[in-house]
Design a protein around this ligand. Structure first.
Ligand code: NDP
Length: 244
């Protein structure tokens, strides 16, 4: 039986790169996305021909009932899942003193609470099979903080705590949980950053370029594989040395 990977936000950016990488390695795909649009059609075109099954599920990960409904449909369509990647994420940057409560809670609700909802539903399926892998896409700013990103950094640091706790709680059921902490990766999220900020970031990098989505995808595929069978509860920085 083929292995199934569920990826949230799997139609754009890092999520899409992971979808293509996992499909290339023979995984069937269940992609959870907020919007079913052109980005999903483009992803479908790229996956078609790789000989794997692909289904899209429209859900806002911050809404518990939508996540529960999506996983119930995934169970119907695929029966079981092997990998969950909590990748969906948003930013609402601003200085802390001016940050609105709504901007703080929307980021926490999507990046952290959404990952909790998806993990809980995925774990119900993984526990029955006594195997599985969860990967949480955190960020280097969750490790070292960043002015102007109090909400985002808190959500990504929270994901590291969630990762360690799930690793401890479910390791005995043969379920591994790790976090990836990317630095600056070329995507829609970083395209919209001001040039001055990008230039500052470049100065701090040991490898003098931004990362590529495919590089994050390659790490995710390794962490999901049997080659990584003794790695759990870790946060792996993939950041060109920015966190050094
Ligand atoms: P993008 O903005 O390119 O893509 C984000 C994806 O998340 C989209 O597919 C989007 O779906 C989906 N999404 C957002 N909110 C929700 C929601 N509420 N429910 C379901 N799906 C949602 O971002 P990246 O690819 O750059 O980032 C992916 C992850 O990597 C994020 O968690 C981000 O924080 C993290 N990261 C990115 C870094 C970077 O430099 N790019 C660095 C460190 C971490 P839709 O298309 O429907 O809007």
């Amino acid at each position: 039986m083929q292995k199934v990977a569920v990826i949230t936000g799997g139609c754009r950016g890092i999520g899409r790169a992971m979808a293509l990488k996992f499909a290339g390695a023979g995984y069937d795909l269940a992609l959870i996305t907020r919007n079913l649009g052109e980005a999903c059609e483009d992803t479908k075109k790229e996956v078609d021909g790789l000989g794997v099954k692909l289904h899209f599920y429209q859900a806002d990960v911050a809404r518990e009932e939508e996540v529960v409904a999506a996983f119930s449909k995934i169970k119907e369509d695929f029966g079981e899942i092997y990998v969950l990647i909590n990748n969906a994420g948003i930013t609402r940057d601003g200085s802390l003193l001016r940050m609105k409560g709504q901007d703080f809670s929307e980021v926490i609700d999507t990046n952290l609470t959404g990952s909790f909802f998806c993990s809980r539903e995925a774990l119900k399926l993984m526990i029955r099979k006594r195997e599985g892998v969860i990967l949480n896409i955190s960020s280097v700013v969750g490790v070292y903080g960043n002015p102007g990103q109090a909400n985002y950094a808190a959500s990504k640091a929270g994901l590291i705590g969630l990762t360690k706790t799930m690793a401890k709680e479910f390791g005995s059921r043969n379920i591994r949980v790790n976090a990836l902490a990317p630095g600056f990766i070329e995507s829609d999220m970083t395209d919209k950053l001001p040039d001055t900020l990008k230039e500052e970031a470049l100065k701090k990098l040991s490898i003098k370029r931004f990362g590529k989505t495919e590089e994050v995808a390659a790490l995710a595929l390794f962490l999901a594989s049997q080659e990584a069978s003794y790695i759990t509860g870790q946060t792996l920085c993939i950041d060109g040395g920015i966190a050094l």
